[in-house]
Design a binder for this molecule. Sequence first.
Ligand code: GDP
Ligand code: CA
Length: 350
Amino acid sequence: MSAAESPPHRITVLAGGIGGARFLRGLLIAAGPDSEITVVGNTGDDIWIHGLRVCPDLDTVMYTLGGGISEARGWGREDETFTVKDELARYDLEPSWFGLGDRDIATHLVRTQMLNGGYPLSAVTEALCARWQPGVRLLPMSDDRAETHVVIDDPDGARDTTGDPLRRAIHFQEWWVRYRAEPCAHDFVLVGAPDARPGPGVIDAIEQADVVLLPPSNPVVSIGTILQVPGIVDALRRTSAPVVGISPIIGGRPVRGMADACLAAIGVAVDAGAVARHYGARRALIPAGAPADGLLDGWLVDTSDADAISAVQALGIACHAVPLWMSDLDTTVTIAQAALDVADDVRQGS
Ligand code: GDP
Ligand code: CA
């Protein structure tokens, strides 16, 4: 590197599936070629289906940035067929509610073979990304198995001896895909979390970043899951990089998906300001700059939520309103640029 060249701008993003992936498309352009973007991906949604290891959020990021995503569905491959799924259904093989497309299955076959061969998920993900060239370094939050389960009342109406509904924990995917998040979630449990170690490179990526971004991903079952891997919250609190989040809630609505059902379960209002309060401020206002117990230095809300700004700022979080609906690439680039601008303001102000 010559003296005239500045070092690459290191940006680390904690991402779920569709919201994270769409944001990253804009960020790649806003950040420009001199940036290195590392994505810490949620693996709490991962599941074994028909003997195949499926990583929905990692694949959504990889396919979206690699040009293979189904734009209409937001998951799985474009030009997809479902012949294998149909054939399995003719054997009455369960689970029949999870859509594995024929093209997509190739990804899961590669992944499963490599895992069975002893490779960690991080190495498998790197190998898959060699084909898709997503333009970011995609790191699983952990190589260890830690899967989100949802505590619900028994969907078949079973009751205990006192007549109360029996509670059952089902895999997040069963709740989300099979039941469309309709059964009231009493709790989310990341099974395996206490023993999960951050994946290789994850802690360094947070500690050595120039900027850390929380994209508009689900605060409970995407970012909330990543935050449960021991060590990740500490790294976020320790990093000298500003941490800036983008609200996944616009005008009291979860935009795409069913984040409202998840927020309700943890007692957080479906509201852009409430989500910021849930993440909390990283620095206390008084005494100025002292550590607080939250995660955010900055927060973007949609222009329709501008009335939330003063309450978020009162928490000690820099807050601005910009249009947050990622309707097309240009708008998404503008959102990503606004997040980087907030990070710059925070860095200069501190
Ligand atoms: P998932 O793993 O596929 O559910 O995806 P993520 O967790 O990354 O993101 C899902 C969340 O993204 C949804 O709950 C929405 O709240 C949010 N989201 C989706 N589209 C948009 C958008 O255009 N703008 C904003 N601000 N949030 C969005
Ligand atoms: Ca997900």
